[in-house]
Design a protein around this ligand. Structure first.
Ligand code: ADP
Length: 378
């Protein structure tokens, strides 16, 4: 958004200047025409009278006659000057009005096109100049169009992604069911278990989609309360310890005793940390290590989860919180991931006044996810 406009460059300044110009031109025309015409007219009338009545100026009513000639001349000169001044002022007024309405008409046309769904439409220079309020209005219309264009692009992307994500489990289910109907596949417990797995994948995907749309629209009800960071870590770690041990991943926890409580919704904070821990376990091959460290950072408490796993490239780091983003699509889908978990986790963290950041030294170098939550000063 642009800053303040100086009075001279502003629309009100321009209006004032144009009115002043119209008045000045009107007055100047009036004076020029009056003074240009009046002496000639006066002289012509005087000469005319002297020619018809040579003694006219020597009679007793001479001053009356001269006054009459003067007033008549003045009236004629003023009337003519007034007509010329009016025409000149009108011409200037039309020009000024045209200069102001051309950009307005252009902006009306552009906003009508945008409201009709042509989001790539933009207000252009000229006819709109960028120095006054009309320029600011043009920038706002362009910013609005850019936001709408981006929203529309994301909407289409989401529809495309959802369709793509649904296609795989639906095709698998369809294939198995057709095989069963044609008698090619036996309804063995193994086949039924496969069908059950695919149906579960679909259900998880639908649940994730619902959750991500609610999280991004900030519609998930949160009940923030003072919580000890130790409790969040404990609630998230306990159900996962066995999984870590089974996979052969060492789990290290660094929890200082003196950490201030955080203001957060306990269930949601545990959900976020669980997501980060499950990912760390998933993307770290055995033998590996995952370290959970809690520390205080200014007004926040940071929960750092560093793994010795597959790591991320700088490009992957910039996309990792986007919906449906997965580094290795086939591998991640095999794990049951749809690439929505981190999007939900980040939206939830931000809704609680915190955030999630990620760093990695590169592929094969492990990654470090940091959840921050606002601390309460005791
Ligand atoms: P998913 O459910 O597919 O795991 P997430 O949103 O949780 O979705 O993660 C998105 C992607 O980020 C994953 O598919 C994976 O490629 C990458 N990722 C997440 N956590 C890690 C990690 N600790 N190490 C390496 N890559 C990770």
């Amino acid at each position: 958004m642009r800053g303040r406009i100086s009075f001279r460059a502003s629309l009100s300044g321009k209006f004032l200047l144009s009115y002043l110009l119209i008045v000045l031109v009107g007055v100047a025309t009036l004076l020029v025409v009056t003074f240009g015409l009046a002496p000639t007219l006066f002289q012509a009338q005087l000469v005319g009278i002297l020619q018809t009545h040579p003694s006219a100026l020597t009679t007793s009513d001479a001053s009356q006659r001269i006054l009459g000639i003067f007033l008549g001349t003045l009236f004629s000169a003023l009337a003519l000057a007034a007509i010329v001044a009016t025409v000149t002022s009108l011409a200037i007024s039309f020009f000024v009005a045209w200069r102001i309405t051309v950009p307005l008409r252009h902006m009306t046309h552009v906003s009508q096109r945008i409201s009709a769904g042509h989001y790539a439409e933009r207000v252009v220079v000229p006819p709109v100049h960028t120095t006054d309020e009309l320029g600011q209005l043009a920038s706002s219309i362009n910013a609005l169009a850019a936001t709408l264009e981006q929203t529309e692009r994301r909407r289409l992307e989401v529809i495309g992604n959802v369709a793509h994500e649904l296609r795989t489990p639906i095709s698998t289910l369809e294939g198995y069911l057709e095989g069963l109907l044609d008698g090619i596949i036996e309804p063995t417990p193994h086949t039924l278990a496969m069908l059950h797995t695919e149906a579960g994948r679909l259900r998880r995907l639908v649940n994730d989609l619902q959750e991500v749309s609610r999280a991004e629209a900030r519609q998930i009800p949160l009940f923030p309360q003072p919580i000890a960071p130790q409790q969040i870590v404990q609630n998230a770690l306990e159900p996962l310890e066995e999984q870590f041990a089974e996979k052969g991943i060492e789990l290290q926890v660094h929890l200082p005793e003196e950490v201030p409580p955080v203001m957060a919704d306990l269930a949601r904070a545990v959900q976020i940390l669980t997501n980060l821990l499950v990912n760390a376990q998933r993307y770290t091959p055995a033998p590996g290590r995952v370290e959970v460290t809690v520390s205080v950072e200014k007004a926040l408490v940071a929960f750092r989860i560093a793994d010795t796993g597959c790591g991320l490239t700088p490009d992957q780091l910039t996309h990792i919180f986007e919906r449906f983003y997965r580094v290795d699509k086939s591998r991640s889908r095999a794990f049951g991931g749809s690439g929505i978990g981190l999007t939900i986790a980040q939206s939830l963290a931000q809704a609680m006044g915190g955030d999630i950041q990620v760093t990695s030294a590169g592929l094969g170098q492990g990654s470090c996810f940091t959840l921050t939550l606002p601390q309460i000063h005791m």
